[in-house]
Design a protein around this ligand. Structure first.
Ligand SMILES: CCCCC/C=C/C(=O)SCCNC(=O)CCNC(=O)[C@H](O)C(C)(C)COP(=O)(O)OP(=O)(O)OC[C@H]1O[C@@H](n2cnc3c(N)ncnc32)[C@H](O)[C@@H]1OP(=O)(O)O
Ligand SMILES: NC(=O)C1=CN([C@@H]2O[C@H](COP(=O)(O)OP(=O)(O)OC[C@H]3O[C@@H](n4cnc5c(N)ncnc54)[C@H](OP(=O)(O)O)[C@@H]3O)[C@@H](O)[C@H]2O)C=CC1
Length: 289
């Protein structure tokens, strides 16, 4: 019997098979545990086979069932083969959690084409390839539910330009796929985590640790989110409780969708319009000068 303490009804996913990409760590690992604890057989996808194997052993040690399918989601033939291998192993695919992703923090001017494409392919192209393979190989004929993990980077986020552009694309892909695949009883939604205390945070460089520790101050709910809180949102969207929900993006961010980490501001440069329009109001609240 699993020791994972799910908020959902036991057996909710009995007999179902769910693919979790990035299932070897962080939010993906936690989601895999959540789903396995509710009866799902879980297919773990990611690049590092050792990480996947560790999670598989954890789940099976708790009485669940899981299998590993190492791949890079950016490689179309590998994606097609992995989805086929999941079907060969488990015989069906009811759900996909498109969670694999990540980026390196850098200002736009420091990102070259190779770096931009590495991140866009990780956070947009890869998710599209996995969803498309699941749809064509199984869900088009049998229905299913897809949850794409994006990120709370609305209206731009300094240092995350490549990732933000990819996530915006993934939200639009979610909306389009929800339309196009609805006729096949396939629901497609997204979850947008804000600042989450996941293992992924340890992958950022040492100079960012103080920034990460200070993030909670900028979250109205006063803390970072937990991996399990993102997993619960994903589980809800996969479940029958969300049967009439498709094409939406669910924020899991403690009410902090637009926080921008500190970024150097332009100093000492008055707005040109100020002088160009001599009759412009000068609000007294701003003081003289
Ligand atoms: C509220 C909003 C939330 C925002 C917070 C988000 C949090 C998270 O997402 S937590 C998850 C964290 N996990 C990760 O970010 C995963 C770790 N990152 C990676 O794996 C990589 O960054 C990757 C996603 C791009 C995959 O990399 P890979 O394909 O292995 O590529 P390389 O590392 O070989 O790099 C390719 C290329 O990219 C450029 N580049 C890499 N690092 C930098 C850098 N620091 N600055 C500028 N450019 C960089 C560079 O062009 C690399 O090529 P080479 O120069 O030939 O190495
Ligand atoms: N933690 C946070 O605050 C936030 C996280 N997110 C997003 O949530 C998702 C999970 O992140 P989190 O758990 O925190 O971090 P992790 O870094 O622990 O998880 C990312 C997972 O994606 C896998 N992955 C990355 N690139 C590829 C690839 N090309 N092919 C296959 N697998 C890949 C990694 O495994 P491997 O390296 O073995 O391939 C890893 O298991 C990511 O998309 C992340 O960007 C979004 C907003 C905030």
């Amino acid at each position: 019997m699993s020791s994972y303490r799910s908020a959902f009804r036991p057996g909710l996913f009995d007999g179902q098979v769910v693919i979790v990409t990035g299932g070897g760590s962080g939010i993906g690992r936690c989601t895999a545990h959540e789903l396995a604890s509710l009866g799902a057989k879980v297919a773990l996808l990611g690049r590092n086979p050792d990480k996947l194997e560790t999670v598989r052993a954890e789940i099976e040690g708790e009485g669940g069932e899981a299998a590993c399918f190492p791949l890079d989601i950016r490689e179309e033939p590998a994606v097609e083969a992995a989805v086929a291998a999941v079907l060969a192993r488990f015989g069906r695919i009811d759900g996909l959690v498109n969670n694999a992703g990540g980026q390196f923090p850098a200002p736009l001017a420091a990102i070259n084409q190779k770096g931009w494409e590495a991140v866009v392919r990780t956070n947009l192209t890869g998710g599209f390839l996995v969803a498309r393979a699941c749809f064509i190989q199984w869900m088009a004929d049998h229905g299913g539910s897809i949850v794409n993990i994006v990120a709370d980077m609305w209206n731009g986020m300094p240092g995350m330009g490549h990732s933000g552009a990819a996530r915006a694309g993934m939200v639009n892909f979610t909306e389009t796929a929800a339309f196009e695949w609805a006729g096949c009883a396939v629901r497609v939604n997204a979850v947008a985590p804000g600042w989450i205390a996941s293992s992924g945070m340890d992958r950022y460089p040492p100079h960012m640790r103080d920034i990460i520790r200070g993030l909670a101050e900028h979250v109205p709910l006063g803390r970072l989110g937990l991996e399990a809180e993102v997993a619960a949102a994903i589980t809800f969207l996969l479940s029958p409780a969300a049967a009439f929900i498709s094409g939406t993006t669910l924020r899991v961010d403690g009410a902090a969708p637009n926080f921008k980490p500190h970024w150097p501001a332009a100093k000492g440069k008055p707005a040109p319009e100020w002088d160009a329009f001599p009759l412009a109001s000068k609000p007294s609240v701003l003081g003289e000068g």
